[in-house]
Design a protein around this ligand. Structure first.
Ligand code: NIG
Ligand code: FE
Length: 394
């Protein structure tokens, strides 16, 4: 390919680099050469007037649900809060009912369509959580769907177990027994089947408290599941401090994080995963304190948090727009935080997350020349083409 402008993390310089008028040679799904006057390609694809970036790595999504929740969206539009809807029988538990009764094949078809859309929107690697099953059978069904798609779909899928997404209805009055069940029955079986890499807990008032979070994540660690946390989203109960103490790879959301929490995260180099789409979709005003987190030296990633309740957004381009506009992220950092940093969170940074020799050829070809035109043009999706493992998606 002849490239107008290439913007990518560069490991030799350990920073984002912008280069003009390069050629990229792709062979066997990987990047073989980057340079000038290479002349070794069979087919030449002309991108002389285009901007290229790495494919997006969306490191936080909840795509394994069955029915959508547009009726709840209507309730929010009519004035009810996310909490009020959850208390009146909606929320995560309403997705649990429909997922439990869906057949595996029907569920898979829906998740597959969502993965098609992610890929078209430039996401070439995606972390995907279970968490709408909340019992052994349905969590296994969810993770099985993800693992099937992992081997058949072009997009790279990284499966996360999130049995601790909510307390299921049948355990409402005995939440600690649900935690026992997760620790004694579900986690060992998930680990035995080798169908998840990460273990995530929704550490939040009304969901899992600090003690329960700690038990679930420590048990996961014993079984080789890498810990992550949903922390400080609506209230601060200390979730991101626990992330530091337990050496989680990331703490996600962080809208209500404070200085003490940040100090704990720094001690263990926990990456802050910010999800501005959720703040936006819930109609909230206070975005996570990106500048503060960044200035302390923490790595920051951005992701969609795609889910049927609090964030029906699949487009990383849109997330970048929210990040630059409402979190004051500079545009080059926004690309870094949506490609290389999330690849590190998912431990895929040796193979994905940047356009460098030897890596998988995951590339977005933009219909623009300057980075800032990406968020500026978000409403018309300025993506010309997506290359996944050397294949053109469109
Ligand atoms: O990440 N925070 C927890 N879970 C989701 C919401 C899931 C839902 O409403 O279905 C989130 O925002
Ligand atoms: Fe989430």
């Amino acid at each position: 390919m002849n490239v107008g402008t290439l913007v990518s993390y560069d490991s030799e310089q350990d920073s984002m680099v912008s280069s003009k008028n390069l050629e990229i040679v792709i062979e066997g799904g990987k990047i073989k050469e980057i340079g000038r006057n290479l002349n070794s390609a069979d087919d030449i694809y002309d991108c002389k007037n285009k901007l290229l970036t790495p494919g997006f790595v969306d490191c936080h999504t909840h795509p394994v649900f069955f029915e959508d929740r547009h009726r709840e969206f209507k309730m929010r539009v009519d004035g009810l809060s996310y909490d009020e809807i959850a208390e009146s029988g909606g929320g995560i538990n309403s997705s649990v009912s429909s997922l439990r009764s869906a057949s595996e094949i029907n569920l898979k078809n829906r998740v597959q369509t969502r993965m098609d859309n992610f890929l078209k929107l430039g996401t070439t690697t995606i972390e995907a959580k279970s968490g709408y099953g909340l019992n052994l059978d349905s969590e296994l069904k969810s993770l099985k769907v993800l693992n099937d798609l992992k081997s058949t779909h072009l997009i790279d899928i990284v499966p996360t177990f999130m049995g601790a997404h909510a307390i299921p209805k049948e355990y409402k009055k005995k939440p600690d027994e649900y935690v026992d069940y997760l620790c004694e029955v579900v986690i060992p079986e998930i680990a035995k089947q080798g169908i998840a890499e990460y273990n995530d807990v929704f550490c939040e008032e009304g969901y899992f408290n600090l003690e329960q979070t700690k038990r679930i994540l420590e048990m996961g660690c014993e079984y080789g599941l890498i810990p992550r946390i949903h922390a400080d989203e609506f209230k601060n109960i200390g979730g991101s401090s626990i992330a530091g103490i337990l050496k989680c790879v990331s703490a996600d959301h962080l809208m209500k994080i404070n200085d003490e929490n940040i100090a704990h995260m720094l001690e263990s180099n926990v990456t802050a995963v910010l999800l501005p789409g959720t703040t936006f979709f819930l109609g909230e005003k206070a975005y996570a304190p990106y500048e503060k987190l960044k200035n302390t030296g923490l790595d920051v990633a951005i992701a969609t948090d795609y889910n049927p309740g609090s964030c029906n957004i699949q487009s990383m381009t849109f997330i970048i727009m929210l990040s630059v506009l409402y979190m004051k992220m500079n545009i080059s950092d926004a690309i870094y935080s949506s490609t290389y940093i999330p690849a590190k969170v998912l431990n895929r940074h040796k193979t994905s997350g940047s356009i460098e020799v030897g890596k998988i050829a995951d590339i977005i070809i933009w219909d623009v020349l300057e980075l800032i035109e990406i968020p500026y043009n978000f409403s018309i999706n300025p993506i010309r083409d997506v290359i996944k493992s050397g294949n053109f998606v469109f």
